[in-house]
Ligand binder design. Structure first.
Ligand code: FES
Length: 161
């Protein structure tokens, strides 16, 4: 069956330009994966095939990078992708309880997306904001910090989640 996956012309142009910026095509893998995710919300297997051809690299190398970093989504995620830090500082300050409260509130388990497709909850390692533990990241660019379960749910509601 033919793949229905495609990138925008701008996206493909971006990836080809990245190829010219580095001495090795391996260095273009991460920015290319970010571009795919920016367009599609996740990185489907068909994207790896496309990147393999475009970067002239084995798909295995692209998958190694894709599956190593938690910042890349290997499954579709909801409109609000909530990533709760449960590393040491956050764990000691209630990160696990925060995760449990969010899962209960949205009716999902860790790693799942709510039935309405709105919210996905994941646990992640340190997000580099240990002094404001417990904290979480929502989508690519929102850090919510110094949280309690109540304040987290309130902030998420204000965001529309
Ligand atoms: S341990 Fe959570 S941000 Fe560092």
């Amino acid at each position: 069956m033919a793949s229905t996956f495609s990138m925008s012309a701008e996206g493909l142009a971006f990836i080809k330009k990245e190829l010219t910026r580095y001495e090795t095509p391996y260095s273009a893998i991460i920015p290319s994966l970010f571009r795919v995710q920016a367009e599609h919300g996740w990185v489907p297997p068909e994207a790896v095939v496309l990147l393999g051809k475009t970067l002239n690299l084995p798909e295995a190398h692209i998958n190694e990078v894709l599956y190593f970093y938690t910042m890349f989504n290997t499954k579709p995620v909801g409109k609000f992708h909530i990533q709760v830090c449960t590393n040491i500082s956050c764990a000691m300050n209630g990160g696990r309880e925060l995760t449990q409260a969010l899962c209960k509130h949205y009716g999902v388990e860790v790693g799942q997306t709510s039935a309405d497709g709105k919210v996905t909850i994941n646990k992640v390692e340190c997000l580099g904001s240990c002094d404001t533990a417990p904290m979480m990241q929502v989508n690519a660019d929102s850090y919510l910090e110094n949280l309690t379960p109540e304040s987290a749910i309130k902030k998420l509601k204000e965001m529309g989640a």
